[in-house]
Write a protein that binds this ligand. Structure first.
Ligand SMILES: [Zn+2]
Length: 270
């Protein structure tokens, strides 16, 4: 049975995720900066110690605001992928705004020598136009959807769906989808916030139980399954959570899993 693969992905949102909220305060922005100041260096040390390659989805706003931290990710040999410019949920943008934001982020990445292979939508949400744009811009993969769990697939473009009318399927896109899920997303479990309210504050052992059980089930039941874990340096970077990530990584390694950058996974599929 082919080995299981785990993809560690980090959305290095820094300030951008907070700026996308309706009401932002200086204290919220400082929480975002923690990701650059503490999270990224700590995670890079962790990845180096364990000799793991990872994928960092970095908004253009972060690349330009934290150029040294972004450079350190590249110098450590990790993949940097596209995560919009301003971290606005695409479903809240007009098609013109979405295209302009995507193209701006693409040129910011090109300026630091990156031709991104992958895209992840801010807030893991899409507009009607997102997948067409992702295909048109030439991305190899997207990682924003939850249609499947452990198997890459080609998401459809142009579905017709209405209340009371059966689904009419669109065409399959050329893009590979490397699916994610909120159960395997640190933000959902851990990130407390006043407004918009997020409960957060989970105990790491509870989250570890979910993550390990997802891996174990996949490893036992799916040939060559791929598990994508979504994390944020400003969330997973806290000491007690890095300790949890270390336990999770060791658990998967003991079971014989390999850790891969998402771009490598998508290239191997193509
Ligand atoms: Zn993000």
């Amino acid at each position: 049975m082919p080995r299981s693969t785990v993809c560690l992905s980090f959305d290095f949102d820094a300030l951008s995720v907070w700026l996308a909220y309706d009401r932002v305060t200086p204290a919220m922005l400082n929480r975002g900066e923690y990701g650059a100041r503490v999270g990224v260096p700590r995670l890079l040390r962790f990845l180096e110690e364990h000799e793991l390659g990872a994928t960092f989805f970095v908004p253009g706003h972060t690349v330009e605001s934290f150029p040294e931290e972004t450079a350190s990710i590249l110098e450590a040999g990790h993949e940097v992928a596209h995560h919009s410019y301003a971290h606005i949920d695409p479903s809240l943008q007009t098609p013109e705004e979405e295209r302009a934001d995507m193209e701006r982020a693409w040129s910011v990445l090109e300026r630091i020598g990156i031709t991104p292979l992958g895209f992840r939508a801010p807030s893991a949400d899409l507009s009607e136009s997102t997948l067409s744009l992702v295909e048109e811009l030439g991305f190899l993969y997207d990682s924003s959807l939850m249609t499947d769990d452990y198997r890459p697939f080609h998401p459809r473009i142009g579905d017709k769906v209405e209340r009371g009318v059966p689904l009419e399927r669109g065409r399959e896109s050329r893009v590979w989808e490397l699916p994610l899920c909120f159960e395997l997303d640190d933000w959902v479990h851990f990130q407390f916030n006043f407004d918009p309210y997020r409960k957060g504050g989970a105990t790491p052992s509870d989250v570890l139980e979910i993550w390990q059980a997802e891996f174990d089930w996949m490893d036992a039941n799916v040939d060559g399954g791929i598990l994508t874990v979504t994390m944020h340096p400003q969330v997973i970077g806290r000491g007690h959570r890095v300790a949890m990530l270390e336990t999770f990584v060791e658990h998967c390694l003991e079971a014989g899993a390999r850790f891969e950058r998402m771009g490598n996974v998508a290239q191997a599929l193509s």
